[in-house]
Design a protein around this ligand. Structure first.
Ligand SMILES: Cc1cc2nc3c(=O)[nH]c(=O)nc-3n(C[C@H](O)[C@H](O)[C@H](O)COP(=O)(O)O)c2cc1C
Length: 316
């Protein structure tokens, strides 16, 4: 891959491959491993208390001298504290999600930080442009974690967003191989954000039980649930069945929020409680049958991308 495009230039990275921030998966180990392989690793602040985030940022700086970033879901209860830590620690890149891109972009820019924001529609991609972010992540319905209500797939979303904004575009949702990365680039993306494939690596901080469970999942084993409160793609397990039963009899927001309670994702992903936990993972999980190291994942993606791109050039 000899890509020196706007995403590589913006973040100072070799490959336009970003490991998305993922609650309970993306700590300093995963983020630094991805950055050390030439991508951009993100620490997921969504599951960290401020002091934990600070510790992860410091460990990440010790483990890599390459650029890395922090993902801040803007629903976070203490965004001011988180943003102060990020600026004090001189983190070079922030990916914001689940909120208004206008709120923090100016502040982060004043501190010399590059900003990308995650969206699931062209409408919100245009808001990112207005807010002055440096890049936009367009995340399709296939993705693991919280997701757009509209259910727009990556295949439909990327060309739409590409046609709507001039910002450097990062595609997310269902990408975890060289082939899917190349497809996203053909559709107009200049980089990819990958979650599920990196959640199932040795360096991910998810529990072994969660990782093993996920490698056993097949097609059709994840669904977008909890649309009335916060649409989230979940794998089937007993907790999923409870949500499904409640939703099919028309349970309202309050009942669903009570059923979800607090700490469900931690229980499922980090503690490996496969019965009662919320198991967030993407639709392409069915393609990943092995827990690999980050370097093996990166080599596979870059190798396959190069082989297929060379084949496409010959076809043209
Ligand atoms: C377990 C898990 C947790 C996630 N947590 C977050 C999060 O905290 N913040 C966020 O912006 N996106 C989160 N995501 C989405 C990822 O950052 C990424 O955009 C998405 O996983 C890409 O799609 P893929 O799973 O098909 O690769 C999460 C995804 C997964 C699988």
């Amino acid at each position: 891959m000899s890509l020196m495009n706007r995403i590589c230039e913006l973040f100072g990275i070799r490959y336009p491959i970003i490991a998305g921030g993922m609650v309970w998966c993306s700590g300093w180990r995963l983020a630094s491993a991805v950055s050390n392989c030439g991508g951009l690793g993100l620490i997921g602040a969504g599951s960290m208390h401020p002091e934990t985030l600070q510790e992860h940022i410091r460990k990440c700086k010790e483990a890599t001298d390459r650029p890395f970033g922090v993902n801040v879901p803007l629903l976070y209860p203490e965004p001011e504290t988180i943003m102060r830590i990020i600026t004090e620690e001189k983190v070079p890149v922030v990916f914001t999600s689940a909120g208004n891109p206008k709120t923090w972009t100016g502040f982060l820019h004043e501190h010399g930080i590059k900003v990308a924001h995650v969206v699931s529609s062209s409408k919100f991609a245009r808001k990112c442009e207005e807010a002055g972010v440096d890049a936009v992540v367009a995340e399709g319905f296939e993705a693991g974690g919280h997701n757009g209500r509209e259910e727009t797939t990556t295949m439909c979303l990327i060309p739409q967003v590409h046609g709507s904004v001039g910002l450097p575009l990062i595609a997310a949702g269902g990408i975890g191989s060289g082939a899917t990365m190349l497809a996203a680039m053909v559709l107009g993306a200049e980089g990819v954000q990958i979650g599920t494939r990196f959640a199932l690596t040795e360096e991910s901080s998810a529990s072994e039980g969660f990782k093993r469970f996920c490698t056993g999942l097949g097609e059709g084993d994840t669904f977008l649930m909890l649309k009335k409160i916060s649409p989230t793609r979940l794998a089937r397990n007993p907790f999923f069945e409870q949500v499904s039963e409640a939703e099919s009899r028309g349970a309202g927001r309050e009942e669903l929020a009570e059923l979800l309670g607090r700490g469900r994702a931690k229980k499922g992903i980090f503690e490996g409680d496969l019965e009662n936990g919320e198991l967030e993972i993407g639709q392409n999980v069915s393609q990943f049958k092995e827990i690999l190291s980050v370097s093996a994942v990166m080599e596979n993606i870059v190798g396959e991308y190069n082989r297929l791109a060379a084949g496409l050039e010959r076809l043209g």
